[in-house]
Design a protein around this ligand. Sequence first.
Ligand code: KIV
Length: 297
Amino acid sequence: MIDPKVTVPSLRARKQAGPRIAMLTAYDATLARLLDEGGADVLLVGDSLGMVVQGLPNTLPVTLEEVAYHARAVARGARRALVVGDLPFLTFQISTERALENAGRLLKEGACEAVKLEGGIEVAETTRRLVGAGIPVMGHVGLLPQSVHAMGGFRVQGKSEDAAARVLGDAQALEEAGAFAVVLEGLPADLGRRITETISIPTIGIGAGPWCDGQVLVCYDFLGMYRDIAPKFVRRFAELGDAVVGATRDYVSAVRDGSFPAPEHSFGMAPPRTLGEPTGAAALPEAGPAAYGPAEE
Ligand code: KIV
């Protein structure tokens, strides 16, 4: 049974009841509306916006205000999906009080229904505090993009037995602290399976194999629009990058050769008035329900 509105409790219940959770990132209202219509369960306003929207090499410079700005837009577009906002680098690590204040801002100003934060045991206390204040928390363990420098790059984590035990411990600490779900990023598939079978909250994988309770992809990756890097774990479900380049070429040549705008895209003058015809507003064509200007005469 697919829930009419995805909520934190309904998402948690999917661990037992299924179906698997399909999460995507979103950064604006128009795409959020389309992804929601396509059935995405969760729309994450990820700090990945630093890379795919702002063109930065990593997520570190993204601010809380930027996530809140994009989250407001996504929340306007979403109907059914749960909207989750990412807490950027240094908005939750400095103190639990700062984390509470910043997470609260994503709910109050960003219209998010939950927040996500990166880290394991070291953020368990903060997670407990946010959950205690009524702020649902999604965890994120394994490859942590905000720790890109500490990790020496975007590298798969948990490959040795010791490292795997640490990531499992991180996921258990978040479960125990009250997180309602946890993202597993960049882990061997077997470790993704082990964590999924061990903890009682849904796991949502990205590059963590097929056995997680759900999957997440960056929307520009799955639509084939972000082509700077092509991680092994991404499947492009469309080639919108090629479609956008092709459409732009067509538009450019239509503008240059004068075939756009055609008569059907152009407006005429009001016909000259003759005696006996209505005057004033009644004589003018009705304005269409236009967003940027009159849609029709
Ligand atoms: O910022 C983001 O988009 C993320 C997902 C990749 C999980 O954290």
